[in-house]
Ligand binder design. Sequence first.
Ligand SMILES: Cc1ncc(COP(=O)(O)O)c(C=O)c1O
Ligand SMILES: [Zn+2]
Length: 443
Amino acid sequence: MAYRAVFRCIAGCPGEFPIWEPVYRCPTCSDLLEVSHDLGALKNRSASAWMRLFDERYKRTAWPYGSSVWGKKEWVCPEIRDESVISMDEGGTNLFWAERFGRELGMHDLWVKMCGNSHTGSFKDLGMTVLVSVVRQIIEDGGTIRAVACASTGDTSASLAAYAAGGGVPAIVLLPRGKVSTAQLLQPIANGALVLALDTDFDGCMAIVQRLSQDEGIYLANSMNSLRLEGQKTVAIEMVQQLDWEVPDVVIIPGGNLGNVSALGAGFEMMASLGIINKQPQIVVAQAEAANPLYLAYQNNWAFSPVVAKPTQASAIQIGNPVSVRKAIRTLQRHNGIVAQASETELAEAAARADRTGMYNCPHTGVALAALIKLRERGEIDPSARVVVVSTASGLKFTDFKLGYHERRLPDVRPSHANAPLELANDYDAVRKAIDRHASERA
Ligand SMILES: Cc1ncc(COP(=O)(O)O)c(C=O)c1O
Ligand SMILES: [Zn+2]
């Protein structure tokens, strides 16, 4: 069976564009494009046959289907040749039952989807494998692409640099200088990308990379390019698969440029179109109060205006003018959506509190957990609801945030779970006394 996917305008303008062409916006109305699949062809296989196929491939070795993105290839990017795929085994990340943290919140069906347990430590790998594989196939077929480029708050550039290096494609990354973590800065450096640290914020980098991609034969790798979202949407399919093909009641996800929430919604909608699920989850987007344009739009009947994002520990979502805002609002309108925000104290405290139950959260996951806590406290999430929190990056990439918290150095945060090491002399009694003091403090 020949499956097909093309770009179409999200505003519904007529016309379709091959995914092999570098078009990122509708030539008629300039709105964003989305990848549209031939659902009629996909319906030739029954829902149960799709589930069986995806389960048979899941985490096995047949190339490239062991990757949980490429295991769903027909739904993602059906026309790519298997040999052109650049995969580092994306997806298949653990979805764990957060038993103890859930209990603290009076919940017994709370799950955390660990998208940061991935090749470059964030969910960005899910989409980047698709985009860079398409670029490789374009080049193999004689197309001219000088380089792939992105603006980034850190994780996108790490992922782009890794996949481009894997496929031998030159990569350029534009970062806001001083606004990404040290680990995130080092990743594209190590993978040999051209790293440009600009004296601006993410929105400034985004404006420049969009110009570069119009004029200079440079292929745009931001999530404005909807090929990325095709890979990212597999997180929805994968979490349902991991829940034995049952849909959670609520999914909470942190939002910056808002591509990821759009992808999440697209994954659930595609499963419904193909008969795999018969209900949609409620979707909650969590934003940092310092960079909250979607939250403000939610408060204002979805009327959106960009803001200038202020510094936040959740640096990867310090974005004031999100590119995918129209897609995100559409997703939220279809999913009984809620937008919540978290202050610097709330996000840091939520991350640290959950860490005390065994997690190791990045600040963006802290934003999502803070939203969960608030919505539970307000009674907007039912104690019996099955809730999945999407953890978007590994806490190991955000050492400065973690150390700053435990050493009480984070601006505007008075930590209640700080746990700095006790520095002691080389002395047995000092060690014993410290242990006894600790035990009596906990009693
Ligand atoms: C760790 C992390 N969490 C959340 C996000 C937000 O995703 P999006 O920009 O697609 O809303 C990003 C990227 O921007 C990120 O790197
Ligand atoms: Zn259009």
